[in-house]
Ligand binder design. Structure first.
Ligand code: SDX
Length: 431
């Protein structure tokens, strides 16, 4: 992205500056301010990056007004209904849908990397049993840089590829180990005869004492949840991964940073917070009380799973998850799950409330996912680890794109300084 004919003129302190304008294949134009400070001696100011493009990318596009999400141009609802997670991984990583031969080779490479170094089992034993699985995930994924020394050099394309495959392959194993450790059950090794989603369910729910047969309904629902969480342009955790990798840090450390950021309740932690909120509401007749609390500026309570920085229309992932919740709960014979009824009535009430209409607040990806995951047998503490293992391919795809970008340089924002100006030290006896 170098040439452009368009520009914007900035008049400042009696001078004028031409700011090049770049036009995307989709979405808003961008003003190139890279030379602004050198030319005009001023910074731009945008806490929370509400109007700032941090990079260019070809991976994922979101149209917040339409409620559209594209991965390499393919809409998320088509991928969720027609594709499967490892095929979406291939698409995100390499830019095109694979041929049958390419897909088979990719699936074989991932399958053969699903086991973790045996010594990592000891690493888990250092955690308390009641540690949140996200705490374990951050620690163990970061520790992968202590075990896989042959894929740490980010300047080597082969090592970058191996690290990408290892992370996509091992995150389900590590997440399942974190779950097993938290409930005092033995770790379950991955099986090469199971597909990605079935393998994860097997590692989470099988026990040595008896045969475990993966329910194909749950396996398909699991795979769809993985697809729906795979990537989402420059969200907080992806931006964290990009910023960490801009210093040249190894891929395992960068993904551990992304997992840490995702944990927050304003981001990936919202799926756990949302289910806990639905349980606190408990019944549809308490919904008005919570809607009022969400609108009360003096009350820190927010509707978890609602609202989004980019979507000002329904999150297309929430639509698919709502349909999936109906299907999965009906197939499991729990369609009258009270939490699903509360969620649907809460959505209906909020979407008819002027506050939510005016602020364009809609259900997001975290609103229905927890209902499905709980029906599948997962505790709420495993919801965000599942989001993290799904999003690893998005983080890694964006990481690879950034590392390969010749314009890549360390991220180093500036600030609007409002502190003390220069002053001399005062000895303690004079204070
Ligand atoms: C994810 O970025 C991504 O793409 C993230 C993600 C991904 O796939 O990576 O999509 C995953 O993180 C989804 C979001 C999950 N978080 C939640 O569900 C938590 C609840 N939602 C909010 O905290 C909030 O909506 C955010 C954090 C999601 C977005 O916050 P913004 O864009 O900074 O918006 P804001 O906080 O400035 O809110 C705008 C207004 C405010 O009112 P005013 O100050 O203008 O009067 O809307 C209000 C907010 O108070 N508001 C809410 C609300 N969300 C925003 N009011 C009640 N309930 C809510 N959920």
């Amino acid at each position: 992205m170098t040439e452009t004919q368009k520009s914007a003129t900035l008049s400042l302190n009696g001078d004028t500056y031409e700011l090049p304008i770049f036009s995307p294949t989709a979405g808003p134009d961008v003003l190139d301010i890279r030379k602004l400070y050198a030319q005009a001696g001023v910074f731009t100011y945008d806490p929370g990056f509400t109007s700032t493009a941090s990079c260019d990318s070809t991976i994922t596009y979101i149209d917040g007004g339409k409620g559209e999400l594209l991965h390499r141009g393919y809409p998320i609802d088509q991928l969720a209904s027609k594709s499967h997670y490892l095929e979406v991984c291939y698409l995100l990583l390499y830019g095109e849908l694979p041929t049958a031969a390419q897909l088979e080779d990719f699936e074989t490479r991932v399958t053969r990397h699903t086991m973790v170094h045996e010594q990592m089992h000891n690493f888990f034993r250092g955690f308390r049993r009641d540690a949140h699985p996200m705490a374990t995930l951050v620690g163990v994924v970061g520790a992968m840089s202590a075990f896989y020394h042959d894929s740490l050099d980010v300047t080597d394309p082969w090592q970058r590829e191996v690290a990408a495959i290892r992370l996509i392959a091992k995150l389900p194993t590590i997440a399942a180990m974190a779950y097993k450790y938290s409930i005092g059950q033995p770790f379950v090794y991955p099986r090469n005869d199971l597909d990605y989603a079935a393998n994860f369910l097997h590692m989470c729910f099988s026990v040595p004492a008896e045969e475990y047969h993966v329910n194909p309904i749950l396996s398909r629902a699991m795979d769809r949840i993985f697809i729906l969480h795979a990537d989402h342009e420059q969200n907080a955790s992806t931006s964290t991964v990009r910023l960490a990798s801009s210093s040249g840090a190894n891929p395992f450390a960068c993904i551990a940073a992304g997992i840490a950021c995702l944990w927050g309740p304003a981001h990936g932690g919202a799926n756990q917070a949302c289910l806990e909120m639905l349980k606190e509401i408990g019944s549809v007749d308490r919904i008005p009380e919570f809607i009022e609390r969400a609108k009360d500026k003096n009350d820190p309570f927010r509707l978890m799973g609602f609202g989004h920085r980019v979507y000002k229309n329904t999150d297309p992932r929430a639509k698919v998850l709502k349909q999936s919740a109906d299907e999965v709960l009906e197939l499991l014979g729990v369609e009258d799950n009270p939490l699903l009824q509360v969620a649907k009535e809460l959505e209906r009430t909020a979407l008819n409330d002027p506050y939510f209409i005016e602020k364009k607040l809609f259900p997001n990806v975290d609103f229905y996912s927890g209902i499905i995951l709980e029906a599948m047998g997962f505790p709420t503490s495993m919801f965000t680890p599942i989001f993290a293992l799904s999003r690893t391919v998005g983080w890694i795809s964006q990481w690879k794109e950034m590392i390969a970008d010749p314009q890549n340089k360390i991220g180093r924002p500036r600030q609007l300084y409002l502190g003390e100006t220069l002053r001399d030290y005062v000895d303690i006896e004079k204070r």
